[in-house]
Write a protein that binds this ligand. Structure first.
Ligand code: FAD
Length: 480
């Protein structure tokens, strides 16, 4: 049954949009459909839009698909985006997109959403065909919840019935005063960033990557494919410190080193220095050492892109726009999904933000379904993260790992990394909380979410004595 909140919202939307609805659906004025995807706001008979999505990334692409699936896109949905291209599967940017240029790098339209989950390739014509208006390269710069309008940088004012914020994150940057904006210094968040990096790599010899998280390690794997001298610098004790145990990290560090990557741990950056040509030339560390570089990629995290929506209500502990389990903010008619949303993670009973593509997809679908129907099931997300590296043609060791659940408790690691490896996180009640697997079969990978979701009690001693990854997974399966 729809909540009182939903009913209130539905009535406010229907009253403020009755004129629009009348014009477009009841009276029979030709519906706004099959129009050019680049239609300008002025082609609408007024500035009203029934549904507006701000942000044209992963979550927006999946939300658009849900609107189509519910028969509610045509002539009713508008996407306003900062980027020049239709929504795409962002993880490709540090994977297939960075393959060496002679090794069939991924390029659009190949990876528009929703190909990552086996859906349609939603290229610009797809939006056109489904009557979805997309306003490109026109970021929203302000909004007014009283008048239910957003204003864009080109000067458009768009009135919304329901507003879905899917602005994602922006890269954390080094300040200009320490060289954070020098030519040759790159951050990678969107396709324009990736294109700019590729043009640097084409004339590069020495690459420094700052940050040992997944962005840094994916870029490092890519630059080995380009045969570039690559150094990764980060302050922690090991790579992927938010997820990997020191032991898992050690295996991958050895793999990277075997491919020629130099890894500098426990190192803090003092500044980035320019050479005579004004481009970055040196990375200076706090301990005084200097690493030469003609291309620097900074992967030091991301910040939720909340501006200009801060007034909607920010979560002070995890950042982002605070929403409930149906992605409703505290302002009626405004929703937030994907990286920017701070939502209740039901399985672990805490508020969180998740900066992973699986959540972007699922939150979008859940939000749209509950917005358009009487669906009121709370979002019950199981954290999932994957990465794929060294997958370019000719690579001798392709890596694909997946992680489900929570990385808390004691760990049991099985496998000799040839290439299989599994790690289980087990809490003090012997409950399996998280599981990591590299190079599993599809059947093995499909077991992981079942394990992490059910959190079975496992026999730790038996698991530790498993003779192989297959054996360990069988022991875990039997504990379900
Ligand atoms: C390089 C890279 C690699 C990744 N690899 C992985 C991976 O291997 N595995 C994984 O699970 N996750 C990965 N991720 C994370 C994943 O891509 C994100 O979680 C996902 O894209 C989030 O979707 P989103 O729609 O919330 O945000 P995004 O996809 O970032 O989209 C946000 C969109 O909003 C636009 N925007 C921002 N502000 C405004 C504004 N004011 N007005 C209009 N538009 C605006 C942006 O330009 C962008 O188009 C990766 C991310 C990056 C950057």
């Amino acid at each position: 049954m729809a909540s009182a909140f939903l009913r209130r919202m539905a009535s406010s939307i229907s009253s403020s949009y009755s004129h629009y609805a009348l014009k477009h659906r009841v009276v029979g004025t030709p519906r706004i459909s099959r129009r050019s995807f680049a239609v300008s706001a002025s082609k609408f008979s007024n500035e009203n839009r029934e549904f507006v999505i701000v942000g044209g990334g992963n979550a927006a692409g999946y939300a658009a698909r849900s609107f189509v699936d519910h028969g509610m896109a045509d002539g009713r949905l508008c996407i306003v985006t900062k980027e020049a291209v239709a929504p795409y599967e962002r993880p490709a940017l540090t994977k297939g997109y960075l393959f060496p240029l002679d090794k069939k790098p991924a390029r659009l339209p190949g990876f528009h959403t929703c190909v990552g989950s086996g859906g349609d390739r939603q290229d610009p014509e797809w939006y056109q065909k489904h009557g979805i208006e997309v306003l490109y390269e026109d970021p929203v710069i302000s909004f007014d919840s009283n008048t239910q309008t957003v204003a864009t940088s080109s000067g458009k004012t768009i009135k919304y019935g329901s507003l879905i914020i899917s602005t994602g994150c922006g890269s954390a940057r080094f300040p200009e005063k320490i060289g954070g904006n020098l030519p040759g210094v790159h951050y990678i968040r969107d396709i324009a960033d990736a294109d700019s990096l590729i043009s640097s790599l084409q004339k590069s010899k020495k690459v420094v990557i700052i940050g040992g998280g997944y962005i840094g390690m994916e870029v490092a794997a890519a630059t080995t494919g380009w045969n570039l001298d690559t150094t990764v610098i980060f302050p922690e004790d090991h790579i992927m410190s938010r997820l990997f145990t020191p032991s898992i990290a050690h295996r991958y560090e050895e793999l990277y080193e075997s491919k020629g990557v130099k890894i500098m741990k426990g190192s803090l950056i003092e500044k980035l220095e320019a050479g005579a040509d004004g481009r970055v030339a040196n990375v200076v560390l706090k301990n005084g050492s200097v690493v030469e570089a003609d291309t620097v990629i900074v992967g030091i995290g991301a910040k939720p892109a909340v501006s200009p929506f801060e007034a909607v209500g920010l979560n002070t502990s995890v950042g982002g726009i605070q929403v409930d389990s149906l992605f409703r903010s505290n302002v009626p008619g405004i929703f937030a999904i994907g990286d920017v949303a701070a939502f209740p993670l039901k399985i672990y009973n805490r508020m969180t933000r998740v900066e992973h593509v699986d959540h972007a997809r699922k939150s979008a679908q859940h939000c749209v379904k509950s917005l358009l129907t009487a669906y009121t099931e709370p979002y019950d997300y199981l954290p999932y993260f994957y990465s794929r590296v060294f997958e370019y043609e000719g690579s001798t060791r392709k890596v694909w790992w997946q992680f489900y659940g929570d990385n808390v408790g004691e760990t049991v690691e099985i496998g000799n990394f040839d290439p299989k490896l599994a790690t289980f996180w087990i809490d003090s009640d012997s409950r399996l909380k998280g599981v990591f697997l590299e190079s599993g079969t599809s059947e093995e990978f499909s077991l992981l979410p079942q394990l992490a979701r059910s959190q079975p009690v496992v026999d730790k001693a038996k698991l530790k004595s498993a003779s192989s990854v297959e054996d360990a997974l069988e022991i875990a399966r039997n504990s379900l």
